[in-house]
Each structure stands twice: as structure tokens, then as C-alpha cells.
Design a protein around this ligand. Structure first.
Ligand code: AMP
Length: 182
């Protein structure tokens, strides 16, 4: 089910732009104002529930850290488990990790080795607040597949359409963005 024009405007209007954060030239999309707006947050989550309830998901996996907020709420609404995909060094049990390149150097995401259950082929929805270059999400999607699960879609509240991230991630998994920024 697609969002009505009014619902989309409500959600979009609740996201705050912070120019030059964390460095000059970046417009930071602040979703704390969306979380703070019960009606807009509610409309977003109801939309995501409707979209994904027919997917037969086994898990929702959220990317550290804002993906945890949307992902955990959605997993509960769908009646499935939530899996945190974390930055390196935060998870206490045995992990599997995936490196990805940054502008300078690299970063790494990891997940618990047993996060997607004992059976292979668990159907997983990946979620984060925003896709920019797509580096983090590509590493997260690869990690899901590395553990023998299947990333059925990657969902973002905001997609920066002027960057190549969405196209690049589409080579690994279907991509859905609620609000596109061009
Ligand atoms: P990327 O790997 O380049 O797609 O970056 C995605 C991650 O960085 C997401 O977890 C976002 O939360 C964060 N991020 C990147 N650019 C922005 C931005 N302009 N506003 C808010 N968050 C951003």
C-alpha cells in the first residue's frame, strides 16, 4: 500500500534538516523530530507494517544505531524477531563481520553468528534511517547472506537519490525508500 500524499508530507515535514553537520557541505537529516512527532511516526510505522506483513519475514535486521529504532518497532508490529547489526566491538557473543570502505579507511559491521536461527534461508528485512553512499547497507546485506539467511529487501526512511547508493545496493537486494531526496 502506498502512502497518501498527505501522509508522505506529514512524515517528510517531521524530518529536520541540519546544514553543515557533522561537517561543512553535509545536510544532516535529523529523524529525532520524526520520532518525537507521534502522528508522523505512527503513520510511518503503520505504512511499513502494511507494506511488509505479506512478505513472510522471519526477522527484521536494523543497522546501528538509528535502524534499531525503526527496526525494533517494526519487528514487534509484524510479530517477528529483531536483529541488531552493530559497529565492530559492541556485540558480546561470537560474531561474523564485514568490512566496508569509507572516504578514508574502512569500517566494519558485525552480527551474532546465531542471530538468524539454526535453519538456513531465514527471510530478513534490512532497515536503516537513511541510505547515502550505500556502503553500510551493502556490508549489512552481505553479512545477512554470509550467515545463510536471505535479505528480501532493504528499507530506508530516507534515500539520498543524488548519490549512487541506491543503485549500487540494488545489485544485492531490492531497495525501498519511503522519502526520496533529490
Ligand atoms: P552510507 O553508508 O554512506 O549509505 O551512510 C549511511 C549511514 O550514515 C546511515 O546509517 C545514516 O544514518 C548515516 N548518514 C549518512 N548521511 C547522512 C545524512 N545526510 N543525514 C543523516 N544521516 C546520514
Amino acid at each position: 500500500m502506498s502512502l497518501s500524499v498527505d501522509q508522505k508530507a506529514l512524515i517528510e515535514g517531521a524530518i529536520r534538516d541540519i546544514p553543515d553537520f557533522p561537517k561543512p557541505g553535509i545536510i544532516f537529516k535529523d529523524i529525532t523530530t520524526l520520532l518525537n512527532h507521534a502522528e508522523a511516526f505512527g503513520a510511518l510505522m503503520a505504512h511499513l507494517k502494511t507494506r511488509y506483513e505479506g512478505y513472510g519475514l522471519d526477522y527484521v535486521a536494523g543497522i546501528d544505531a538509528r535502524g534499531f529504532i525503526f527496526g525494533a518497532a517494526l519487528a514487534q508490529m509484524l510479530g517477528v524477531g529483531f536483529v541488531p547489526i552493530r559497529k565492530k566491538g559492541k556485540l558480546p557473543y561470537t560474531t561474523v563481520s564485514e568490512k566496508y570502505s569509507l572516504e578514508y579507511g574502512f569500517d566494519e559491521v558485525e552480527v551474532h553468528i546465531d542471530a538468524f536461527g539454526p535453519e538456513k534461508g531465514a527471510k530478513v528485512l534490512l532497515i536503516d534511517d537513511l541510505i547515502a553512499t550505500g556502503g553500510t547497507a551493502k556490508a549489512a546485506a552481505s553479512l545477512i547472506e554470509k550467515l545463510g539467511a536471505h535479505c528480501v529487501e532493504a528499507c530506508f526512511i530516507i534515500g539520498l537519490e543524488f548519490l549512487p547508493g541506491i543503485d549500487s545496493l540494488t545489485s544485492l537486494t531490492p531497495v525501498y525508500t519511503v522519502i526520496g531526496v533529490d
